[in-house]
Design a protein. Sequence first.
Lengths: 511, 537
Amino acid sequence: MESLVPENLTASFPWLTALVVVAALGAVALWCLPRGARGRVREIALGVSLVNVGLLVGAFTQFDTSKAGVHQLYEQYAWIPQIGTSYAVGVDGLGLALVALGVGLVPIVILAAWREQGDDVERLRHYLALVLLTAAFMTLIFAARDVFLFYVVFEAMLIPIYFMIGAFGGPQRRGAAVKFLLFSLAGGLVMLVAVIALFLQGPGGAEGFLTANLTGLALTTNVERLLFVGFFLAFAIKAPMFPVHTWLPDAAQQAPAGTSTLLVGVLDKVGTFGMLTLCIPLFPSASAWAAPTIVVLAVVSVIYGALLALGQKDLMRLIAYTSVSHFGVMILGIFAFSQTSIAGASFYMLGHGLATGLLFLTAGMVIARHPQRSQRIADFGGLQRTTPIIAGIFLLGGLATLSLPGLAPFVGEIMVLIGAFGAYPAAVIVSAVVVVLAALYILLTYQRMFTGPEQEHLTGLPDMVGREKWVVAPLVAALLVLGFYPRPALDLVEAPADVTVSTIALEGSAS
Amino acid sequence: MTSALVPLPVMLPLFGAGLALALWKHSRAQRLITVAVLALMLAVGVGLVVAADSGPVVVDVGGWAAPVGIVLVADRLSALMVTVSSLVLLCVFLYSLGQGIADGDDEAPVAIYHPTYLVLAAGVSNAFLTGDLFNLYVGFEILLAASYVLLTLGGTGSRIRAGTIYVVVSLVSSALFLVALAMIYAATGTVNLAQLAERLPEIDGTTRLVLEILLMLAFGIKAAIFPLSAWLPDSYPTAPAPVTAVFAGLLTKVGIYAIIRTQTLLFPDDRLDDVLLVAALLTMLVGILGAVAQDDIKRLLSFTLVSHIGYMVLGIALSSQTGLTATVFYVVHHITVQTTLFLVVGLMERIGGTTSLARLGGLAKIAPLLAILFFVPAMNLAGIPPLSGFLGKVGLLQGAVQLGTPLGYLLVGGGLVTSLLTLYAIVKAWNKAFWQTPPQEIRPQRLPSGMVGATLALVVFGLSLTVAAGPLFDYAGRAAETLRARTPYTAAVLGPDGRGEGTSNDVVPDGGTVLPDVPDDGTPSPTPAESSTEVTG
């Protein structure tokens, strides 16, 4: 069978590597900072993350949007040729969009963490270094074009997150961190076997792990299905999808708001990204075989996440469960295999990252204002009067996650529902109804926390300060711009969606 | 020229031991001698690694030609093992020096410590370098004799009790080995490994199997393969931290080395592979389940040690190029990492006053450097990518997948479960020792810089295995090729005319048969020359 992977466009300047290296060096620099300079950790971390934003802009100028289906800015060096692995990075439109999401969220998260540790600069220094390290891994994983490299980052990334939850979170943070680690690693190890088995099926040699060399292999049906399941399980845990989602609510409840933003906003997208860029291209006919089952599980996720969100008493857990529901929508879009639904799911990944980030960060601000830092929804009330801006932004973020027309997630969700309707009308109808009903959980929460009589212990709380406005402003702007003018982002994700659809179609005609 | 290097890793420490013993009153001189000898061993080891890459380097000891005399052979595997073990021995020794100086007791750990330590080093090197099965036995005995002393240093009640178990088990293993040796000699008329490689295939298959099983039992006890592993977690943890570290890192690996050598050179027909695969699976699982249940971090690490021996046995039992390459790589990784962890635990015990996870706590805040020193090798042990433990694991799993049999896949599953539970056990230990609020207050205190420095050096070396994974994997691959081809080894030892360099009166009979004359009644009668010159070691 002919290879479906078009030629890679080699980078003239290593933009992607530079993004990774700058963030990683920033983390190392923070850890090695001489004692005298430690008062400036915030500024240094923010500076590093802004340099990365600059590099990202540079990368965009070199990216040819008219060829968004091709992997561009490509670099490849031998890494450990003895075991067949290379350092190969490159992005298509989807990869670049997700790299941009990650790189863009990092300065916002750093800004949000500005006062999080009080005056304990030491703790903050470690936290910010971990954020930068995570940022390096985020770029690398969305750009990896070598299956082994992808896997290595997939697991190595768990370590900084483990610390960000386990060392900086709430009272039960350690349990949540261990649960997160074990869930992710369990999926990862199953994937490892699949990665090795796939390599053995491939051409081998010093470049045997390159994604391009492993695409379009003539696998027997059973082998292909087993390998697919191995990869998919890891991504389903990451995404997180029913029934392997249970680590997320715990992690999100215990983690600081910034960590949750990166975790749910960006890192969980590795799951859906992996389904799109590894599962389907590597195992097209197995993907088609598994699609009905996955769609059913996706719809279950949509319903289950929404129902559990309704019943939550903890604000952060609630947001986590809404995400389980929304990831269901994305996975539905991906495995409906229509160009519209896949492009929609890709776009929704972006929009959801922005909306959930906004909601988590605003919730973090509310919680930080509570005298006991309570996360219980019932401990709040009447905040609309004392903190009107926070209330407004929280409502905006909530409505954005509910896909209110005019905000970015709406575009993605409607495309998924329209695109998937042809193949799975029942699934679409159920999902659409649930998503609309789900407005309840956000509106009820808003009502309980922000309306009604002011509570005594909450009087005189300060509203959003200047720094916090800078945290939310870029997110609000991005949500509005992409909501009203989604074309530039759609240009990025539509071409890769075309490639995916033609992969599946070719497989269908061949078999 | 390079062949002059081969005997040095055995001779240097023995001379050093004698000298150190003679200077027992001058502890400063003792230290200097020991450090110098270990550093020299390391340098010689590096030289051997380079030299052995262009073929095995052979020395016929005393000018007696093989197979009559004893040979020392440094092929890639031996050279690699000698180098890594010298490095580990050196770092652990520096650590124990740091400990001794910090405690201010120049007399204890008594003058006997230095010479015994060097004798242990000599025994380990001898076991790695010998080209003679009987001399391997001698190497084992040397290191065991030294280890009995080291394990019971300071003679507290629990140490003596643990030492007793250790001595008894080791003696049983030695007795088995000796019986096997006698039977092998009776069956083939030689104990030279290269000659055995030629003669063993010619003897009766069942006899060969019995010999193989006997050797495997003897080595299995030393390497702590389930069900012969029960002694290890009982005896190792009671010793002082540096002693435990060196035992855990090296002694089990000597057993593994002996299994690799005999399985590849003497018994290449792989008849025990299925048994070994099952043993590997059980070793992994039983070991790691034991680790999960432990509350004492030293015992926990001892159980992970047993469990990861299972990985190495897996690689050997796969009998494939991939499997053996990964095993050699994994052995190097595991020696380093396991030793490092035990050293770190020694530091933890120093600060916290205990190794019980229930009573430790909050060390991350009290000693941040210690937290890093623990976490890096711990993640390496758990096989988190891209660290060397992960790369070794990938190679082993790849070999198991390639095997393609149901048992192979069962081992893949077992390996994954082990990997996950290792992480669980390690993270549990981390959470308790470093993060939980300590049940009773732990007073921060300065760690001796000698101890921290030695540990740091090993942590860095462990990381360098990751950085240098490509070349190391290459080297391990070439080592595995040599091992599996067998002829490079036998040709280097025996030469084109079946004789090593040096003198011997024995000549190969005309007609080329290498077996001794066997009269019709079945009792072999070794040729006179062999029987008279054999047991010179």
